[in-house]
Design a protein around this ligand. Sequence first.
Ligand SMILES: [Zn+2]
Length: 349
Amino acid sequence: MDKILPSYNDPLFSILIITLLVLVVALVSVIMGNYKEEKQTKRLKKFLGKIDINDCTLDIEKLPFDLSLITPLSLLAKTFSIQGEYQKSINIYLYLIENIESFYEKEHLLEGLGETYLKAGFLKRSEEVFLAILNKRARNINALYHLEVVYELLHEYDRAKETLKPLEVMGENIDSLQRYLEFITIVKDKNISREDKVDRFELFIKDSGYLYRDIMRELFRLDLNEAWRLVDDSRADLILDILWFLPLSNLNFDIISSSEILTSIYHAKGVLPNQDEVPICNIFAIDTINFAQKGGSSEVDLSFSYGCSRCKQHFPISFDRCPNCYAINSIQIKETITKKQTQRGYSLL
Ligand SMILES: [Zn+2]
């Protein structure tokens, strides 16, 4: 045996053994990696198989697949999704995903599919798609952000918070999202007493003033006295629609009369009697109405629409999270002077 194998003391033999060990480890890693990838692909295909493509109206599955189709069809799927044609968009995404082998080549398509499911309200399907993406690439920031929204809409706030940790590790600023989740958790928690909620919201405002509009809306629902006490007239423009539509019985005239801005708003609303000098509040629509009233016109009112500072989309109703891009704290209130209608005084609360 000693004649076949060189001596253990021979350095060349040691190098040979080390080289062999490295080769064996590398080979095992490649085999394990391939096995893992195959397993994940099977899991993804199994999930996609659950979705009945025949429900879709676009007859795309008969189209012979070609690599040159990927870009135009991806764009078409995105366009359908933006236009609200979710079924058509989903159909195209599924067709492309099923025909592309490599995960990395179809990662953006999976993101598109997950986002379209989310917009269409298929929250569980959206969750599965984003989890499938993260299973393959845990550092996909877009998938993590969307998964957080999905959990929020499913009212699974603890799981939503779990998505923040990896985002933070990757250097994302999650402060505003974290505070928003804390806020929404308190709002939805039926085990927290009304008094406790009011105290916590007051702390929120004192801490940073962040989410001022959302907190004031909740406070007006929970405790009118506390809400009025915490009205910051320098930020009245952020809650102008809430103040405008408050029922007469919910107004606190002591606080209104102590503030020039609030006096100006409620004079424009027609709640306060005509005065010789109405203070200027620097909210263009309010000052315009007050000037018009001074000139004898009383048939004017305000209507509101809402924009998103991030995606620039406009919506007829107020939102906490932009319905289009899911941004928080991005609402912009746009007031428009209109002719006064006979129906008046409904509340946003
Ligand atoms: Zn937006």
